[in-house]
Design a protein. Structure first.
Lengths: 328, 328
């Protein structure tokens, strides 16, 4: 009996192809779409059981999607898939996002930003350039401080593990208000005010949904400590852009660490801001690269392939996108 | 029987005075020198058993030191005392430095700098300002990477504890080449090359001595990985200033996190550099403030007072300065 075909929509680097191949060995034949001869493409599209992809529309062409008659799972390799027009994908295909694919590197990046903000690294470097040497201006102590985490999925839980190792308390928000993780408080968005008030560091790892779009505005920033450190590694839209900029101007001891942006290249084809966040001393910026450590793409591809393997074995695939879950 | 007098050379803030008082309660009477009436000062100097001080020469006056006839211990409140002319202190007085006084906040600062460097926070922020959005340029993974630690005293060991909690391996250098701490390698300066070669992050917490003065020069930097992150929280002099600047220019992926400087205010009355380190994108600078978290001065004073208490009880005081140990 021939093996089912799993289609990769692009040509992956050798290391990634090998890792995916190892996971699917004996369970599927792996085919990279760009390597399929023109004449065989329709056939491959019609027979493949699953697709591994970053961007199916761009790679396969939007008109090809109707050909995916035998395909049951479109496994995205990114954690957040809110940039994909899911409604264009035929109804019989489940779309899975790669939840937690970059949880470990993202959590390290969060800790880097949270500590850089807490220790005033950017502010004091800038002041030193201006001739100020503030040896006795206190910085924030991490041990014993509280880290609020909005969104307690794979990334949020990994952040919790790391900051707890550094001695922080953790208060988190998720959908259920429940967790098995040993943290100091877990609640739902109904408990947002409490978490905002207690947080020395507030980490946003929420999915972007109707409920979380502009969740953090002027009122929420006012509820936070005046010297809190906000770290957004989820989606820019979760914080109101105008309100955040205004708050940073009026609260120079408040720091925003921005890794996710409102208009950014992968999702929008360009990087744009309404305000000059990058020029503020109390902003630490990174180009949405928190997942991008050496080897991280390999780990992510492996996780995606494991979910495809579940599906091929007749098990329930994980992290299936629903209308309101757009980012894991 | 009246209690012995412990003299504080300056007027401490109330919180610090209270904490020292709690430690010495029942064992000594605490006197702040500026509060002693002019007429009684010689008497207080002649009778006190110990002095707690940041700067005895400035506070008491260099001519007063000969009056300290009954004094057996001068307990400095700073960890590094290489700025004090120890030879001016009468021979019968032991001088103790406050080893590890700021170990916990300094170690947090080290982790902040090491991670900020590893995750390219300053470099990428700068590039974003120039319009580059490097979402796919890899950053360093912390888990599994190796942290070299030169100087494995209180601060070095606390750094080890934190970076191990983040999943790093630790290779350290101390005088004995021995430690009870569970790290991956311990050696002496004879093993420097090995530690330099293996380090993804290299943390300098060494005392400044004849052996460590300019320990790190062009040859040592060349032995390090080209994308290593150097963190110096000890003394600027341990790295050769010219060689470090030259290495940073020729190795843009090498990052130096500088918290200790060659010419800096507390030791030299001014902040000066021979090269414009602050303008390099691969430098992260802080104004020797790593110990300065909220409450850190209180903890440091408490530790100093505990060493005085040991002395008053007839126990061996810790961290006595010798000619070659100038910084703990």
């Amino acid at each position: 009996m021939s093996l089912p075909t799993v289609l990769i929509s692009h040509t992956p680097p050798d290391e990634i192809r090998e890792r995916i191949g190892e996971v699917l060995q004996g369970a599927a034949e792996l085919v990279a779409f760009p390597e399929v001869a023109e004449a065989r493409r329709v056939d491959v599209l019609q027979t493949c059981r699953a697709v591994l992809t970053y961007h199916p529309f761009r790679d396969l062409g939007i008109d090809s999607l109707v050909q995916l008659k035998n395909c049951g799972l479109m496994q995205c390799l990114t954690a957040g898939i809110d940039y994909l027009p899911l409604s264009e994908i035929p109804d019989h295909i489940l779309v899975a996002y790669n939840a937690g694919a970059f949880a470990e590197p993202m959590a390290e990046h969060v800790v880097a930003m949270a500590l850089a903000g807490s220790k005033r690294l950017r502010i004091e470097h800038g002041l030193m350039k201006d001739g100020e040497f503030n040896q006795f201006v206190p910085t924030k102590k991490i041990a014993g401080a509280t880290c609020g985490i909005l969104g307690f999925g794979e990334t949020g839980r990994e952040v919790a593990r790391l900051v707890q190792a550094l001695g922080m308390k953790v208060e988190a928000i998720n959908r259920s208000g429940k967790t098995n993780n040993p943290i100091d408080f877990i609640g739902t968005l109904d408990d947002l005010e409490r978490v905002l008030e207690n947080a020395d560091v507030l980490v946003v790892t929420l999915a972007l949904t109707k409920q979380t779009d502009r969740l953090l505005g002027a009122e929420q920033f006012r509820q936070m400590k005046s010297d809190a450190v906000l770290v957004n590694v989820a989606r820019g839209e979760i914080a109101d852009e105008d309100d955040l900029y205004a708050h940073l101007l009026t609260h120079p001891r408040f720091t925003a660490c921005l890794e996710a942006w409102w208009i950014e290249p992968v999702r929008h084809g360009k990087f744009e801001m309404k305000h000059s966040f990058l020029d503020l001393p109390n902003v630490i910026a990174s180009p949405h690269n928190s997942g991008m450590t050496d080897g991280a793409l390999i780990t992510a591809a492996e996780r995606g392939a494991q979910n495809v393997l579940r599906f091929l074995r007749g098990e329930e695939p994980r992290f299936i996108a629903t209308d309101d879950v757009k980012m894991g």
